[in-house]
Design a protein around this ligand. Structure first.
Ligand code: GLU
Length: 427
């Protein structure tokens, strides 16, 4: 099912399908906006979907063929923008959902991009560096006519990083016969990356959390935080938030959790993980069951790992006041209803984690100008965008008597619909 059809019915069996999760929110926002059927069809369907098969000669001489995707959900407001993930469980439905979330995310923060996403079905943990490089380069070559600085601009996502972006940039540039830095964002600084990009998603999470705290009249020093994920998003949010005084009482990872009610020393925990390979056994805290840690009583819970961690099966156990979604799609639609009944203040993913793509936009602008900003300017402009977007969504939610997530979708759908109406349908 490639179109977000209406009505969407979510049940226990399908609640974890990300495309249906995207569809349910889309459906509700479209209904409330009274979008006509034609516009719903346009907004509810990916603009382009590409499947590629990627042969790679492995280190032992065998040839393996991997499958990859790149989906452009919308280019109505500008080039498609969004990450590439490498994971064994990537599906086309997931990439479609993530591409549509990128369209809404870029519209929420009002940057001139559409939405796209890519994925390759592979297990990067069992591939050598050489194999990963070959996979990345051949994947880039297979999607090369699809992408471009004015067309579709990839970035890192789950299991991809600046090293992968450097390979993509080089491959694209070798084909173009000149260096094209603006083809990807999230690159190393030495290759046209932006200052502040590695921190941007975590920093954005912190900024919107601070904004929410202001509404509640609370200070960071009196605020306890539980973070799921200690990678680029969660790790960075933990570090930056502890620096400004938040008490990070637990970090939850795939292999365990660590807890300290007085606040963890995040730098020491990062060092411990580097030395031992795990956050468990950290002398500055106690090990805890990872499921229990997710449901500790806290002021702020930041799921910053994967999709579908808060579902109909566990949402009633969530004991936070603010849920700041660092990951894409961590909460299912059925869980939304439970959280609303519990009066949790949700900062939805398409707002909460938009700091990353916002600084990606800054990177793209700097690459195209060939003129680079200092970190202070990057962070100042990020702050302005996150604050404005947060305020606009919260105000919209109040005015229209909807929750923050539906408000964010409504604002986003409306902005994209305006662009489509102005452009018209070319036929
Ligand atoms: N993968 C990130 C996201 O989901 C960043 C995308 C980008 O910077 O283009 O928002």
């Amino acid at each position: 099912m490639a179109t977000l059809t209406s009505p969407v019915s979510i049940s226990l069996e399908n609640e974890k399908n990300p495309w249906l999760a995207a569809a349910a929110r889309f459906d509700e926002a479209a209904k409330r906006l009274k979008l006509d059927d034609g516009m719903r069809k346009v907004l509810g369907t990916s603009s382009k979907e590409l499947t590629v098969h990627i042969p790679v000669q492995l280190d032992d001489g065998r040839i393996e063929v991997f499958t990859g995707y790149r989906v452009q959900h919308s280019v109505a407001r500008g080039p498609a923008k969004g990450g590439i993930r490498f994971a064994p469980d990537v599906t086309l439905d997931e990439v479609r959902a993530l591409a549509s979330w990128m369209t809404w995310k870029c519209a929420v923060v009002n940057i001139p991009f559409g939405g796209g996403k890519g994925g390759v079905i592979c297990d990067p943990n069992i591939l050598s560096d050489t194999e990963l490089e070959k996979l990345t380069r051949r994947y880039t070559a297979e999607i090369i006519d699809f992408i471009g600085p004015e067309r579709d601009v990839p970035a890192p996502d789950v299991n991809t990083n600046e090293k992968v972006m450097a390979w993509m940039m080089d491959t694209y540039s070798m084909h173009a016969r000149h260096t094209v830095t603006a083809i990807v964002t999230g690159k190393p600084m030495a290759l046209g990356g932006s200052r502040g990009r590695p921190e941007a998603t975590g920093r954005g999470c912190m900024m919107v959390t601070q904004r929410a705290l202001r509404l509640m009249g609370k200070r960071p020093e009196d605020t306890s935080v539980v973070i799921q994920g200690f990678g680029n998003v969660g790790g960075m949010a933990a570090k930056l938030m502890s620096e400004v005084g938040f008490k990070i009482i637990a970090i939850v990872e795939y292999d365990g959790a660590v807890y300290n009610p007085n606040g963890l020393d995040i730098i020491a925990l990062q060092r411990h993980r580097k030395e031992t390979g795990s956050i468990t056994g950290f002398p500055g805290g106690e090990d805890m069951d990872k499921t229990e840690a997710m449901f500790l009583e806290c002021d702020v819970l930041i799921p910053a790992a994967t999709e579908n961690v808060i579902t109909s099966q566990n949402a009633h156990r969530v004991r936070c006041k603010i849920l700041c979604e660092g990951a894409n799609g961590p909460t299912t639609p059925l869980a939304d209803e439970i959280l609303a009944a519990q009066k949790v203040f949700v900062i939805p993913d398409i707002l909460a984690n938009a700091g990353g793509v916002t600084v990606s936009y800054f990177e793209w602008v700097q690459d195209r100008q060939g003129f680079f900003w200092n970190e202070q300017l990057v962070n100042k402009r990020l702050q302005e965008i996150m604050d404005e977007s947060f305020d606009a969504i919260v105000e919209y939610a109040q005015q229209h008597n909807v929750n923050n997530r539906i408000a964010a979708y409504m604002v986003a759908l409306d902005r994209v619909a305006v662009a489509i109406r102005l452009r018209g349908i070319y036929a």
